[in-house]
Design a protein around this ligand. Structure first.
Ligand SMILES: Nc1ncnc2c1ncn2[C@@H]1O[C@H](COP(=O)(O)OP(=O)(O)OP(=O)(O)O)[C@@H](O)[C@H]1O
Length: 301
C-alpha cells in the first residue's frame, strides 16, 4: 500500500522533495512542561499518515502546530511549502481540518450547515455528494443540535473535506462513530487518497491505522518513537513468534525467533506426529504498539 506521489511540475522540482509536511526538532511547552520534545516528521504528498500514541502523548498539539492554530516554541515546520505560523488565507484554503469533536451544535439543519460553509470554498463538493459520502443523507433535515455524537462527527468530517483540500488533518476522526459509519469513513479516505489528497490523522484505533495508513508514527511523551508502514512497525519485535501447544492437558508456550525449529522438535518428540492444541502467533500491530510505547515510557522515567 505504498502511495506514489504525483511527479512535481518541473519548475517546482528543485524545491519540492515530495513532502507535504516537513517537521524538524519541533518543541512545544506549556509552562515548564515540554509536551512535544524534538519531533522530526515527514509526510509525503499523497500519503495517508497516522499518528498513534497514548493519551497526552502530544499528537493533537503537534497537529495543531501544523494547522497553524498553535504556536511552537522551537523547530522548523513546513506545511505545503509554508511555515504554518505565517500561513495566509490562500494557504489555509488548501487545508482541511477536522479537530477533536467540540460537541457544540446550532439550530441549522445538516444541509443548511453544509450549504452555508460551501460559500467559503472556491469549488466545494456538492452538498448531496457530501451527505452521501458521510452517510448523512437521511439526517439532512435534522437540526445540528439534535444530532447524535456520531452523526455530529460525520458532519465535522464532511465540513473538513468540503473544500477539496490538498492536505487533510483528521484528529481522532472516528471517535464516537458506529462500525458502519467508521467503514463509510474509511471508504471516504480511500477515495481521497485515490485523488491524491494527503491525509494526516491521529487515531487510537490500530485497525484503522493498519487499514488506512501508508505509514504510521508512534509518539510517546512528546517524542516520535518509530515511523514505518503498519506491517513493518517494530520489525525486530515481530521477528519472534509464540508457539503454544497442549502437553499432558496443560498449555505450554515458547517465544522464539525460530518457530519452525520448535515445531520440528515438537513433531519429532510426539509418538503420533500430532501436536495437540498447536498454534503459532506473531505479534500484531497492537502488540507491537504496546511494546514500543512501554519501552519508550520506561526510557523517559
Ligand atoms: N492548552 C494547554 N495548556 C496546558 N497543557 C496542555 C494544553 N493542551 C494540551 N496540554 C497538555 O499537553 C499534553 C499533550 O496533549 P495532546 O492533546 O497533544 O495529547 P494527545 O496525544 O493528542 O492526547 P489524546 O490522545 O488524549 O488526545 C498533555 O499532557 C496535555 O495535558
Amino acid at each position: 500500500m505504498t502511495a506514489t506521489s504525483p511527479a512535481p511540475a518541473p519548475a517546482a522540482a528543485a524545491f519540492d522533495d515530495g513532502a507535504a509536511v516537513r517537521v524538524r526538532g519541533l518543541v512545544k511547552r506549556y509552562g515548564d512542561r515540554t509536551v512535544v520534545d524534538g519531533v522530526d516528521l515527514d509526510v509525503r504528498r499523497g500519503e495517508v499518515f497516522a499518528l498513534l500514541g497514548p493519551n497526552g502523548a502530544g499528537k493533537t498539539t503537534t497537529v495543531e502546530v501544523l494547522e497553524g492554530v498553535r504556536r511552537r516554541d522551537g523547530g522548523d515546520v513546513t506545511v505545503l511549502g509554508e511555515d504554518p505560523a505565517r500561513g495566509g488565507r490562500a494557504w489555509r484554503g488548501r487545508l482541511g481540518v477536522v479537530g477533536q469533536s467540540t460537541g457544540s451544535g446550532n439550530a441549522l439543519t445538516v444541509r443548511e450547515t453544509l450549504d452555508h460553509f460551501a460559500r467559503y470554498h472556491a469549488a466545494p463538493v456538492p452538498t448531496a455528494e457530501l451527505l452521501a459520502d458521510v452517510g448523512l443523507t437521511d439526517a439532512a433535515r435534522t437540526r445540528v443540535d439534535r444530532l447524535s455524537g456520531g452523526q455530529r462527527r460525520r458532519l465535522e468530517v464532511a465540513l473538513g473535506v468540503q473544500g477539496r483540500p490538498e492536505l487533510l488533518f483528521l484528529d481522532e476522526p472516528t471517535t464516537g462513530m458506529d462500525p458502519v459509519a467508521r467503514r463509510q469513513f474509511w471508504t471516504l479516505v480511500e477515495g481521497l487518497r485515490a485523488r491524491g489528497t494527503t491525509v494526516l490523522l491521529t487515531t487510537h484505533y490500530l485497525d484503522e491505522a493498519a487499514h488506512l495508513a501508508d505509514r504510521v508514527g508512534v509518539i510517546s511523551a512528546g517524542r516520535l518513537v518509530e515511523v514505518a508502514a503498519p506491517a513493518d512497525l517494530g520489525a525486530e519485535l515481530r521477528r519472534v513468534a509464540t508457539v503454544r501447544w497442549l502437553e499432558h492437558g496443560e498449555y505450554r508456550e515458547v517465544t522464539t525467533p525460530e518457530p519452525a525449529a520448535v515445531l520440528r522438535d515438537l513433531v519429532a518428540a510426539s509418538p503420533t506426529g500430532d501436536v495437540p492444541g498447536l498454534t503459532v502467533t506473531r505479534p500484531d500491530l497492537e502488540d507491537v504498539y504496546l511494546q514500543l510505547v512501554a519501552a519508550a515510557e520506561g526510557e523517559t522515567r
